[in-house]
Design a binder for this molecule. Sequence first.
Ligand code: DX5
Ligand code: ZN
Length: 218
Amino acid sequence: MKNCKIAPSILSANFAKMGEEVRSLQACGADVVHCDVMDGVFVNNITFGLKMVEDLRKITSLPLDCHLMIVHPEKYVERFAKAGADIITVHYEACQDNLKEVLQLIKASGAKCGAVINPDTPVEKIADVIPMCDMVLVMSVFPGFGGQKFIVGALDKLREVKAIVDACGKEIDIEIDGGVCEENVALVKAAGANVIVAGSAVFKAKDRAAAIAALKEA
Ligand code: DX5
Ligand code: ZN
């Protein structure tokens, strides 16, 4: 299996201390910083945007993985790339027929690109664009909030995505996001995920380094 990366979601961080929080993640062994961008329209919550990414870029060398939960992502992907996003993922549900073009736009902006599907969207909807992705993100909760329960149906979708990725023979990461914790992380890895998003499992832990190590080694 590919090297497993832990991507703590800063949605569960203290927003008033974001710089310290991200430095702490890096010191505690995180591999990636997962940035949940929400616009209050595509999802029922609002988080942060370009300026946060731009400022975090200056204080960490970890890759910034920007998960855009916004309508019309095509309007913003170039600016997220410019702000310092290493990888930008966009939802099938926000792009629909445009998905291929939005992914191309991300690539042309110099960032890596990824497609995301919600728990009620079948893998077949993105099957044709998987070969052009650097990463595929399978949601295991409905997006909007941290701390929700893992939806088990995501495991079958991970296996489906893995089969497509293996068949196309390219280096494509498979990310899982939502409700992942020490108890279920071995299952998601076995199903094919190699980039593990964890919000509450990291930020609610007394010892973040131990929590990250436990997720990595499970
Ligand atoms: C949900 C976000 C997730 C979330 C994960 O909309 O995309 O990244 O923060 O948090 P946990 O790990 O607590 O489910
Ligand atoms: Zn996310």
